[in-house]
Design a protein around this ligand. Structure first.
Ligand SMILES: Nc1nc2c(c(=O)[nH]1)N[C@H]1C(S)=C(S)[C@@H](COP(=O)(O)O)O[C@H]1N2
Ligand SMILES: [Mo]
Length: 336
């Protein structure tokens, strides 16, 4: 196990104090508020330049004796509607710089994530649906048409990448689920297995990781369920065997290694929203004009380059999604 403390520790004192005050109030932890503050604070920091240079981690991303049963479906045909005028982030940069708190609250989780067993893997669909189901991942994936899309990916920590995802439209899963008309939201859940994911032994986090979307959002053409990246089945650190990509929202909405979709009439409270509701709201649409309480969202560091560029509304996807949020105010677009 390597524990790298990143430069979030050089955050200004008042920022650190704010975090601790907040966490004490919520009393997530008996005893070690410093630790919680640290775990949560590390979301603020970006350890950009050391990420790509850890060759051991990069290698473990691509070498594995496991043969994915869906290998023959790759590479899938690229959908020309979703291309972007930006260089694709090199795979080795992406594969060595990830947020996946189940495997550690820092970016170099690739190696630890290799212990996740992605087969057998069952996806449960339950709640307000005509009929609840449990689907084997390979049956599910083979029932869908896979395609490749180039998507931007923007973390609330103000870094971004461009990724060739492979997957299928979330709308197709919703159609398969046949939701009842009362269903308004979909709550998604990641696996929970502390014996494999040591981060889940950290009891101050509200495991399992949970995210939610409205059904309209899930039906939007951009909402994409990812099974692969870079022309092959997704590496474990990317959230194999099934993760979400919502390119107009901050990255934390794009939940990894999903095991369950629950259709509900109640708005789900996400993992990060439970921890810090003032910082991570339900809608979480990319918005350069609304600061995260602890840092600006105006610009973003493009990983794998030295560029820092202006952030776009809805991460550049306003044309496809802005109509979903007409009722919301500017601040609410981000937080509530
Ligand atoms: N289960 C789970 N999903 C998760 C996370 C996580 O910690 N656990 N981190 C989120 C965050 S904060 C981001 S930015 C993206 C990171 O995806 P990437 O590592 O593929 O860039 O995954 C999101 N999905
Ligand atoms: Mo993130």
């Amino acid at each position: 196990m390597f524990i790298k403390r990143n430069r979030s520790w050089s955050l200004k004192e008042h920022q650190a104090t704010d975090e601790q005050v907040y966490l004490n109030r919520r009393s997530f932890l008996r005893g070690s508020s410093l630790l919680i503050g640290g775990a949560s604070l590390s979301l603020a920091g970006c350890n950009m330049d050391s990420a790509a240079s850890d060759s051991a981690i990069t290698q473990s991303a691509s070498t594995s004796d496991f043969k994915d049963p869906t290998l023959d479906l790759y590479p899938a045909k690229r959908n020309p509607t979703y291309i972007i005028k930006r260089d694709i982030t090199p795979e080795e940069v992406n594969a060595a710089y990830n947020n996946f708190y189940e495997f550690g609250s820092h970016k170099q989780i690739a190696k630890a994530a290799q212990s996740l067993k992605t087969r057998p893997w069952t996806v449960k669909i339950d709640g307000l649906v005509e009929e609840e189901m449990e689907l084997d991942i390979d049956v599910l994936v083979r029932s869908m048409v896979l395609e490749e899309r180039l998507y931007r990916h923007r973390c609330v920590e103000a870094w971004s990448m461009t990724i060739p995802w492979t997957g299928f439209a979330f709308a197709d899963l919703v159609k398969k689920a046949k939701p009842l008309s009362k269903a308004k939201y979909i709550r998604m859940e990641t696996f929970h297995d502390p014996s494999v994911a040591s981060g889940q032994k950290q009891s101050w986090y509200p495991w399992p990781y949970v995210e939610g979307v409205s059904i309209e959002e899930a039906m939007n053409e951009l909402a994409f369920l990812v099974t692969g990246a870079y022309g092959k089945p997704a590496a474990k650190q990317f959230g194999a065997p099934l993760r979400l990509a919502l390119p107009w929202k901050y990255g934390f909405k794009s939940i990894k290694s999903i095991t369950r979709f629950t259709f509900t009439d109640k708005r789900p409270v996400s993992f990060w929203e439970q921890l810090a509701p003032g910082e991570y709201g339900f809608w979480a649409n990319v918005n350069p004009e609304v600061r995260h309480p602890r840092w600006s969202q105006a610009t973003e560091q493009v990983l794998g380059t030295n560029e820092r560029i202006p952030t776009q509304f809805f991460n550049g996807y306003g044309e496809q999604v802005a109509h979903l949020y007409k009722e919301l105010g500017k601040r609410e677009i981000l937080y509530r």
